[in-house]
Design a protein around this ligand. Structure first.
Ligand code: C2E
Ligand code: CA
Ligand code: CA
Length: 756
């Protein structure tokens, strides 16, 4: 009768692995996490004795009652029938061991109870020791295994020592199972915390997210603090608290010095200096990474001893956070670049356009006005006195506008020497604006007298978008400049010469489509490492009957505005698909074709049907077609878009985000879009050789692409230096005049043959 030992081993191994129910439970688990550890309701190991013989209860108590295991006493619960045991089990949760009689009300009461415990209550951790009076009632081996029964003993065989050994083994096994399960759940939570943190907007929210998740994952009190240490122009290594909760909350948004809290200071500095997690009698400090000049660390209150596993899990947690933090930092910097003018730090054109859009949508629209204020003769001054002086001048103007208007109005820089002012009509008024230029500016020790011209646009009954408003204000500004310097003009509808031209072009476009004045050209995309063409972008051309080319930047907006783009876009796609098939026939089999898709096309309810129909009709392989969408589409109505993209990707077609970096979607959104590729806008490619900035937007986009597992193409590469820099930054693909200009299909096939 020594086999129980063998069985014990078997069952233990099994219980180590078989926790499928647990995982299911986790996936559907409540958002508010229940505790992962053994925070015992009482200090003792809880043991339930189930036996219809009261003597057995007494004997067990007598045998085990006074004993301790790992400094914890044993605590007993008693049930005198299987039914009573069920009642107790329904209410109790943290039982370590059940000593269970096999035969009670019925011959199989004990086994039925085991089934109930394992299958219905899904208690997989509690250890069960079966006891029976008669050896004949031994359960089948199968039952022992299937129900994860730890031990099986006849009562006569259970001497005090043997009972003690059996219970001790069961408790040890219970403890191990709990620990393994807790670790597994923690890992799962860490994974979920990382995904969740990706959705945080901005650094501050991210930092608070870290504290909240750490406290949930590790079952520790929500007392934590995250700080940033920056080395650079403004900051000199001081610790600045960006998030603090619980008892640390008073420290939020302050600089942390040793006088304030020497312990915190010491812990954080150590973590930052040694770039590792510190587990100390003093407390726990986590190093969360960062980059060369900004680093992050957190202090957490942990009121229980951390074992080896806890520490490893914390390391895993930190490594996950680091990746997320890296992405958030990149995104925040990209946003700053995208929305703020680096010289004056004022909102730039993109940001102002957004704010005008907002104003047009909001209630304040009633009396809002947009003004563009342009410095007269700036370019002459700039040329005569040099760029540096010009920059100082701009800074002077920016400072004055900000000082006098900034508290009530939006002040931005929309272009070279043009500032934008947005707000209530009574304040955005030409006399107030131009009056600001009546006093001279002190620039570089000199007094400079400037004048300015303003173009204004009332938003109250304005019908266009923010972008239109900026254009129309610009028309008013040009008019004002033309007629009288140092003056102003309000935009009026009849000023919209533009509008008439738009109408004329719309008519011309309609005939152009029918008369086949439009055709598609292809610009190769190159693998920077091998210099081989991997694909091409299809670009539309319009050559009028009199032989003039009208650039797509001019006619596409009108095609969109008039809805003609639906028809045009479908033609481009069909044409591109056909040519792709022809290329395949010519032996260029792994070649990708990229096609631009405008917002208007995308929003069309039959877009997906159209796409599928064209694919079917041309026989083009979906996996080699890529649709380029602009970031501005990507920002509209997220859920609808995400769903549409998912369905598009289902056809096998991939998605690239065009002109990436010029508008802004959030990081989590970018991830949800599941785009395959980012296209770095030409603007940022041009910028990389100017080397005035520490790190370029292009570099950040490349890094972001790598972090998110997306491919990256740089657009508008015009010279070898740009190609070399991009290559060294790890950019895989490029497109631009350096390699090839857009060309008609016949030429493309030849070009591909000549440039293998
Ligand atoms: P895009 O999608 O950003 O296209 C890239 C533009 O950069 C193209 O201008 C291309 O000719 C130009 N380009 C390529 N390499 C270089 C270079 O090295 N240097 C310079 N300076 N430019 C380079 P393109 O063909 O004039 O197209 C302008 C825009 O018109 C496109 O910008 C795209 O937004 C739109 N577009 C063109 N074709 C279509 C189309 O079929 N459908 C839609 N919806 N939009 C289109
Ligand atoms: Ca494009
Ligand atoms: Ca582009």
């Amino acid at each position: 009768m020594n086999e129980p030992d063998g069985l014990l081993e078997k069952t233990m191994n099994r219980s180590d692995m078989s926790d499928d129910e647990d995982l299911v439970f986790l996936a559907e688990g409540p958002a508010e996490p229940e505790s992962l550890d053994t925070p015992p309701a009482s200090d003792g190991w809880r043991i339930l004795i189930v036996d219809d013989d009261t003597d057995v209860h007494t004997a067990t108590l007598f045998a085990l009652g006074k004993l301790e295991m790992q400094q914890r006493p044993l605590e007993f619960l008693h049930a005198y029938s299987a039914a009573e045991a069920r009642t107790i089990l329904a209410a109790e949760s943290d039982l370590a061991v059940i000593l269970l009689d096999v035969v009670m009300e019925r011959e199989d009461s004990g086994l039925q109870l085991v089934r109930h415990i394992r299958e219905e209550l899904k208690l997989s951790e509690v250890r069960i020791i079966l006891r029976t009076g008669q050896p004949g009632y031994a359960p089948e081996i199968d039952a022992i295994r299937d129900f994860d029964i730890n031990d099986y003993k006849t009562k006569s065989e259970l001497t005090r020592i043997k009972l003690y050994t059996a219970v001790a083994t069961a408790i040890r096994s219970y403890e191990q199972i709990r620990a393994i399960n807790a670790s597994r759940r923690r890992l799962d939570r860490i994974a979920r915390a990382s995904t969740d943190l990706m959705t945080a907007h901005g650094l501050e929210n991210f930092a608070y997210g870290i504290i909240n998740h750490a406290s949930a994952v590790f079952d520790i009190p929500n007392n934590g603090l995250v700080c940033i240490q920056e080395h650079g122009r403004d900051r000199t290594g001081e610790l600045f608290v960006i998030a603090a909760s619980g008892r640390y909350s008073p420290a939020a948004d302050t600089a942390l010095d040793a006088g304030q809290d020497a312990r915190l200071q010491r812990l954080l500095l150590r973590a930052l200096k040694e770039r590792r997690n510190i587990f100390d009698a003093d407390g726990v400090a986590l190093h969360l990474g960062g980059n060369a000049n900004r680093n992050f660390a957190a202090v957490l209150d942990i009121e229980r001893p951390l074992d080896e596993i806890d520490r490893s899990l914390m390391e895993v947690f930190c490594r996950n956070i680091m990746v997320g933090l890296d992405n958030i930092l990149l995104m925040t910097r990209l946003e700053t670049f995208a929305f703020y003018d680096p010289l004056t730090k004022l909102p730039n054109r993109t940001r102002l356009r957004e704010l005008v859009d907002k104003a047009l949508g909001g209630q304040a629209r009633g009396d809002a006005t947009l003004a563009l204020v342009d410095i007269d003769h700036f370019s002459e001054t700039n040329d005569a006195l040099g760029h540096q002086f010009g920059d100082l001048l701009l800074l002077g103007v920016a400072a004055r506008l900000k000082k006098h208007l900034g508290s009530q109005l939006v002040v931005g820089r929309v272009g070279g020497d043009t500032f934008g002012v947005l707000g209530e009509a009574c304040l955005v008024n030409p006399s107030i604006l131009l009056e600001l230029f009546s006093r001279p500016f002190r620039i570089d020790g000199q007094e400079v007298q400037l004048t300015a011209t303003a173009g204004l646009l009332r938003l109250d009954d304005y019908e266009g978008s923010g972008a239109d408003a900026l254009k129309d204000a610009d028309i008013a500004l040009k008019r004002a400049k033309l007629l009288q310097r140092a003056g102003h003009f309000y935009f009026t509808r009849n000023m919209g010469v533009d509008i008439r031209e738009r109408v004329r072009m719309m008519h011309a476009l309609r005939t152009a489509i029918d008369e086949q004045e439009m055709f598609v050209v292809y610009q190769p995309q190159i693998d920077l490492a091998t210099r081989r063409a991997v694909g091409a972008e299809a670009l539309l051309r319009w050559k009028t009957r009199d032989g003039n080319f009208i650039p797509p930047d001019r006619f596409i907006p009108i095609a969109e505005f008039s809805g003609l783009i639906i028809k045009i876009g479908e033609r481009v796609l069909r044409e591109a698909c056909r040519e792709l098939v022809r290329l395949q026939a010519l032996g260029f089999t792994d070649f990708t074709m990229s096609v631009n898709v405008s917002q208007v096309q995308f929003r069309h309810p039959r877009f997906l049907d159209m796409l599928e129909a064209v694919l079917a009709e041309t026989g083009a392989p979906a996996s080699q077609i890529e649709l380029e969408i602009t970031e501005s589409i990507a920002m509209e109505d997220p859920d609808v878009l995400i769903d549409l993209l998912r369905r598009i990707k289902h056809t096998g077609v991939s998605i690239a985000i065009d002109d990436f970096g010029t508008g802004f979607s959030s990081l989590s959104y970018l991830q949800r879009l599941q785009a395959d590729r980012l296209k770095i806008d030409r603007l940022f490619v041009t910028e990389i050789t100017s080397a005035s900035r520490g790190s370029s937007i292009a570099e950040m986009v490349i890094q972001l692409g790598r972090n998110l597992g997306m491919s990256v193409v740089a657009e508008g590469v015009e010279d070898e230096r740009q190609a070399a820099i991009l290559s060294s930054l790890g950019c895989p693909l490029a497109q631009g005049y350096l390699f090839a200009r857009p060309m008609p299909f016949d030429q493309l096939a030849g070009w591909l043959r000549d440039n293998p």
